[in-house]
Design a protein around this ligand. Sequence first.
Ligand code: FDA
Length: 389
Amino acid sequence: MKVETLIIGAGAAGMMCAAHAGPGVLVVDHAKAAGEKIRISGGGRCNFTNLYASPQNFISQNKHFCKSALGRYTQWDFIALVDQYRIAWHEKTLGQLFCDNSAKDIIAMLRAEMDKAGAQLWLQTAVSEISHDGSAFRATLTREGRSQTVTARNLVVACGGKSIPKMGATGMGYQIATQFGLPVIDPRPGLVPLTFSDEKFKPLAGVATHARVSANDASFDEAILFTHRGLSGPAVLQASSYWHEGEAICVNLNPKGDLLAALQSQRQSDGRKALTTVLAQHLPARLVDHLKAELPLDGNIADQSDAKLTALCDRLADWTLTPAGSEGYRTAEVTLGGVDTDALSSKTMAAKSVPGLYFIGECVDVTGWLGGYNFQWAWSSGWAAGQAI
Ligand code: FDA
């Protein structure tokens, strides 16, 4: 069988590319359904883009690489498409756009766009023995127990990262890159809960508060959540993408910097109350109880001098913790690293050294923050490759 373009992966990027890559497109996926990650994303409502998406919201060894695709197919282009299909949406927080109804509306929209473009979709299809004979790619496709060779002028690799293997993530994109001599930046889990070896947070499981979490030079002001094994919540997930094994993170429990003034004022009004009781009006009581082991929290608030309160607030603003690890690909929302962008054209996503070979979406070394940015990268990079084909 001969096609113009073979796309491996019917996820966000693969479907978007298929809708724009012109005639003769075959999309193959080993999963039972297209867009499985879209379906489960955003709690079933798909955080499909972000109003404020810009290159600063992406992590890559080359921070300039994402600019071209993001600038040519923007969040506004995707919103216009969603509006064209009359899919109702709302902004939840921080520019994050979600479907009012269901993530399935986004999948149906992309499938309709693929149909309009005449793209074929083969599900439950295994891909093997990929090669290039100088003018075309060849791949063996196996479905329903039967194998056949397909020849394609273009090969688009859109098979995502390694996150959530139980949903079909394989890392095949990295293998294909390596096979064709393209370098791969070591993949690692991103947007992932962090774990602590000594189970020290076990009694705090379920406690949530607002904090600023920093890892390396990145800081995120959002909720944190204590889990049985460590820390999660948006601020921690965001920081996890900047964190490397062995490094410490800083949790600022006084992110607004207004705690000292509040404690000083309560020293006047509630002087006879225990410091822990007063602190528990600003932080979850179970967290205050936990902090007693680390911080001098004895006595009444009236007993605390300005110097003592200042020192306490400083400690709360600089709670340094060293995670033992992360929950890994089992729960990571994305995979950091991937196909080295030095080997790709930022305009077309084509491999510089292999004509007709494209890499799009999460398998490329471009990873977005939490909040709709990763889908925006899938739409933009998929569109850019589609235009070039
Ligand atoms: P994607 O993973 O979507 O698709 C890859 C496709 O390739 C899959 O269909 C897979 O079956 C197929 N495939 C893999 N290996 C194959 C092989 N060997 N042979 C054949 N097919 C193969 N982002 C966001 O912006 N907003 C959000 O709300 C969320 N929410 C979210 C929740 C959860 C639980 C997760 C795990 C992730 C998110 N994300 C997200 C991230 C987002 O889902 C992700 O970045 C995009 O789906 C990436 O799109 P891709 O098309 O690159 O890969």
